[in-house]
Write a new protein. Structure first.
Length: 179
């Protein structure tokens, strides 16, 4: 199985000082947990490369907004730069989203999708789920669930119908008011 990722990101040692807030929203459009992590101090910036382009996705002044929607098989992390501009949305495909000891988490299922602010959609980590199936870390049923969700979300991201992206800015503003 993949691994459990808690919404609090307490294990992220790169971030030395942070502001964090979390809420549960159920407003008829979105139901689930939402968390905002604002990076105040960091050991070193985090850079990533997609499609030959390099991006900074974590630095002082940056924010990560995480959505763990109820009854879905994904979690969404929206990464903002220090000016509040969206850098990318990172969608982790999950077996489920849950709560342990009062802290929301997602059970990561290897497959990821990235939507860049430019509109490009990138598929990630297909090799990881293939390897997990071969090594019997996951069942064929979980493998099939992962790919079904992966293809559904990819289709929605490419045709513009993935509604969860629309919540990024209003939910970030709402959580900033809570900090």
């Amino acid at each position: 199985m993949g691994h459990k990722r808690f919404i609090t990101r307490e294990d992220w040692s790169r971030v030395l000082e942070r502001n964090f807030t979390m809420v549960y929203i159920d407003d008829g459009n979105y139901a689930g947990h939402v968390a905002l992590l604002k990076i105040k101090k960091i050991k070193e910036p985090l850079w990533t490369t997609h499609e030959g382009k390099t991006f900074c996705i974590a630095d002082e002044g940056y924010s990560w907004l995480q959505h763990l929607p109820d009854d879905e098989h994904f979690g969404i992390t929206t990464m903002f730069d220090e000016k509040g501009n969206i850098i990318q949305w990172y969608i982790d495909i999950t077996t489920h989203n849950g709560i342990e000891d009062g802290i929301p988490y997602m059970e990561d299922l290897y497959l990821d999708l990235i939507k860049l602010a430019s509109g490009e959609v990138i598929k990630k980590d297909i090799d990881e789920i293939e390897k997990a199936l071969l090594e019997e870390e996951i069942t064929k049923e979980i493998y099939d669930l992962g790919f079904k969700e992966f293809h559904k979300v990819y289709e929605q991201l490419t045709n513009g119908s993935f509604k969860y992206l629309d919540f990024s800015i209003p939910h970030k503003k709402m959580l900033e008011e809570e900090m």
